[in-house]
Design a binder for this molecule. Structure first.
Ligand SMILES: [Zn+2]
Ligand SMILES: [Zn+2]
Length: 80
């Protein structure tokens, strides 16, 4: 058994609407992708703790292309 993010693994899609305009926000992926540029020596668990997400959550960034507004949404991992 392994905990996986259903969104990262294409098992589910997550629709987030912009608070401001109601546009469906685009999933820009996992927050770790952004950390990777400047924290190459941190392992995944440490990076997740820095961001405030627990091991059971996968932190995604959703972005509204109309408002240039981004939002971090924790996705609950599921056991596979
Ligand atoms: Zn994910
Ligand atoms: Zn918007």
């Amino acid at each position: 058994m392994e905990s996986v993010c259903p969104v990262c693994n294409c098992l589910a899609s997550y629709i987030v609407k912009c608070h401001s305009c109601g546009n469906v926000m685009k999933d820009y992926g996992v927050i770790q992708d952004y950390f990777d540029d400047y924290s190459p020596y941190l392992d995944r668990d440490i990076t997740e703790r820095l961001d405030g997400a627990t091991r059971n959550e996968c932190m995604h960034v959703f972005f509204c292309e109309i408002c240039n507004w981004d939002s971090r949404i924790p996705i609950n991992r599921i056991m596979m």
